[in-house]
Ligand binder design. Structure first.
Ligand SMILES: *Cc1c(COP(=O)(O)O)cnc(C)c1O
Length: 348
């Protein structure tokens, strides 16, 4: 199977498995797991923050960040297409009493600055929940994985800073963003007070995300991780894979981007497939197909029959994601399969 549903399907490399078996371990709830501590120091350094916290998932990283930044009854201003708003089970509202306030996401994943300014510049008034933080996402998952321009991150940070509000960056795929923007994760993260990123997507680790920020913030987030049940014991077993990922799997993401570009070019030539345009493409291709939901389902089934899996994004939209384990030859095979499947599903 050529599995293009997500980069989360990646499996740990041989070097990761080897590192996992040999990892030095301790009880991380006591702060005594040397491998977790090393991973946290590496992560903080890479994104240019003082400290980092290893957590089980990106969802928990973002939730711990919001709970640490925002008091009950305050607003987290975030994109209406943000992963945290759409896909994280409403955790900040359910568990933190935080008023998640959506700001329009433009095509490239940027926030509508006019609407954000309006929210931020509203004078204090007892009728309104006061803002507690602003969140960005880069790359932007629901905007076809687009990398968001650093200048936009800077503009958001400036608006937030004028109100003394913290900015959190959901950087689940921050290294993909850095490659697409020809910059570094540190430069992108410089426009946020706190940043989360995932090890378990394109970096191919089995489990884990990092939340990074000031020493003082991470100390408070540490308590939130405990509250959320995310205090793990000999977590060095999984952190060891994270160290290998940061050392060996970051630069190769460029290959996923090249493959995604080839996939987009190939799919773009297939009649019945309409690509979402993306200025700063990373490792995703999102497209709509002609016709109705039944035709779309037929298309996906015909692709599956030919050994290609894609992800559904609504009734007639799909997502294909390149990742470790998908080679250029797989891309060519997927394009050929898509042409056949489209012929089957949309002809007549
Ligand atoms: C995957 C993802 C998350 C959540 O990560 P999990 O580890 O699946 O909980 C958060 N934000 C974005 C943008 C993501 O793509």
């Amino acid at each position: 199977m050529i599995d293009l549903r997500s980069d989360t399907v990646t499996l740990p490399t041989a070097a990761m498995r080897e590192a996992m078996t040999r990892a030095a371990l301790g009880d991380d709830v006591y702060g005594e797991d040397p491998t977790v501590n090393r991973l946290q120091r590496m992560a903080a350094e890479i994104v240019g923050k003082e400290a980092a916290l290893f957590v089980p998932s990106g969802t928990m990283a973002n939730l711990a960040a919001i709970l640490t930044h925002c008091g009950r009854g305050t607003k987290a201003l975030l994109g209406d297409q943000a992963h945290t708003y759409v896909y994280e089970a409403g955790g900040a509202a359910a568990l933190g009493g935080v008023v998640m306030t959506p700001i329009r996401n433009l095509d490239g994943g940027a926030l509508d600055l006019g609407q954000l300014r309006e929210e931020l510049e509203r004078p204090p008034d007892a009728h309104f929940a006061p803002p507690g933080m602003v969140a960005l996402e880069n790359t932007h998952n629901l905007r076809a994985g687009a990398a968001v321009e650093v200048s936009h991150c800077a503009a958001v940070a400036e608006l937030a800073r004028a109100r003394r509000l913290p900015v959190h960056l959901d950087g689940a795929r921050i290294f993909n963003a850095a490659i697409a923007l020809e910059t570094t994760a540190r430069e992108i993260a410089a426009h946020a007070d706190t940043v989360s990123f995932c090890l378990s997507k394109g970096l191919a680790c089995p489990v884990g995300s990092l939340l990074c920020g000031s020493r003082e913030f991470i100390a408070r987030a540490h308590r939130m991780r405990k509250l959320l049940g995310g205090g793990m014991r000999q977590a060095g077993v999984i952190a060891a894979a994270g160290i290998v990922a940061l050392e060996t799997m970051v630069d190769r993401l460029a290959e996923d981007h090249r493959n995604a570009r080839a996939l987009a070019e190939g799919f773009g030539l297939v009649a019945g497939i309409n690509l979402w345009p993306v200025k700063r493409r990373t490792n995703m291709v999102v497209f709509e197909v002609d016709g109705d939901a039944a035709g779309a389902a037929k298309f996906a089934a015909a692709l599956k029959d030919r050994g290609v899996l894609i992800g559904a994004r609504g009734t007639t939209a799909f997502r294909a994601v390149t990742h470790h384990g998908i080679e250029r030859a797989d891309v060519d095979r997927a394009v050929a399969a898509a042409a056949e499947a489209a012929g089957e599903a949309f002809a007549g």
